[in-house]
Design a protein around this ligand. Structure first.
Ligand code: PMV
Length: 303
């Protein structure tokens, strides 16, 4: 039996702009998807995924791998997740990456992180049609990355003393729908939307510098500015805004929505001293505080 796992992710900066070739910053989180591949007694592929209803990514991996790697017919694939798909932590890319890694090892193939990323990106885009692939990069390489243009830049960034609180809105957002909506907006108002994206790109470059300097007040200001740009883009929501405001009022350095918007999660950058108060403020505003660690390891084999 072979077991592999891959982490979920959170977008820190560059949400939406990254779809149009701008850079973003993403961090891998401690919630992971674990996939095991084992011999099966019947002459068929058995997929055992308690709690995962959407098998489209698994089928897409299998159809590619069977034609390329001559996969045995009698295998059992089991998927275990340490997170709910609801949070928007990127379970589809994590399951894709972990399954490819497990199948490569099962068929005795060496696969580099770069090959894993490119293979998984191809699979994810074949199913989803839209997306930047930042989530696939986080699942494959892990850590905190500056990511651009389907892997043209994948650069690890330093993660020192950054404390984030993640607040879940309780609302499941459809990334694909929101990305399509933004594309339509951009078709109608290309100059205005590209102006927003250029400003987000500028924030990403500054955030890279702020992270290198370990400058939390600066990083917080950049998060606030980024959140306003996402509001202008029309992808925030009342709930996201109220959690962001609650975190700010309770003393966060900065706060913003993370990812496509409308629902899923927001993040707040906090000091150790204010952490408890800010968590309470997010809860009182109706958010669920989700405990995760950041800057986690990428895809790996498990024993
Ligand atoms: O909603 P999430 O956490 O999967 O993030 C989506 C981020 C977008 O930039 C909106 C889309 C993408 O593929 O980069």
């Amino acid at each position: 039996m072979v077991k592999a796992s891959a982490p979920g992710k959170l977008m820190l900066f560059g949400d939406h702009a990254v779809v149009y070739g701008h850079p973003c910053v993403v961090t891998a989180v401690s919630k992971r998807i674990e996939v095991s591949v084992a011999e099966y007694e019947r002459n068929e592929v058995c997929i055992d995924t308690p709690g995962v209803n959407d098998h489209s990514f698994i089928h897409a991996v299998l159809s590619r791998v069977s034609s390329l790697w001559c996969l045995p017919r009698s295998i059992r694939i089991t998927v275990r997740s340490s997170f709910s798909g609801a949070y928007g932590f990127g379970s589809s890319s994590a399951v894709t990456v972990a399954l490819i890694k497990a199948l490569a090892t099962y068929t005795s193939r060496a696969i580099s992180d770069r090959e894993l990323f490119l293979f998984a990106l191809d699979v994810v885009l074949s199913v989803q049609k839209v997306g930047s692939g930042f989530d696939v990069a986080a699942a494959s390489f892990g850590r905190t990355l500056l990511y651009k243009n389907k892997g043209e830049i994948i650069e690890p960034l330093p993660w020192k003393d950054i404390r984030l609180i993640v607040g879940y809105t309780g609302v499941k957002a459809s990334t694909v729908e929101i990305v399509r909506e933004v594309a339509e907006k951009r078709d109608h108002h290309p100059e205005q939307i590209d102006l927003l994206f250029n400003r987000m790109e500028n924030i990403v470059w500054q955030a890279k510098q702020a992270m290198k300097e370990n400058n939390m007040p600066w990083l917080g200001e950049l998060m606030d500015e980024h959140h306003s740009l996402l509001q202008t883009l029309g992808v925030s929501s009342e709930k996201l805004d109220s959690l962001v405001l609650a975190a700010k009022r309770a003393g966060a350095f900065g706060a913003k929505l993370s990812g496509a918007g409308r629902g899923d999660c927001m993040i707040a950058l906090v000091s150790k001293e204010r952490e408890e108060d800010i968590s309470t403020a997010i809860r009182l505003a109706g958010g669920e505080v989700v405990f995760v660690a950041f800057d986690e390891e990428g895809a790996r084999l498990e024993v």
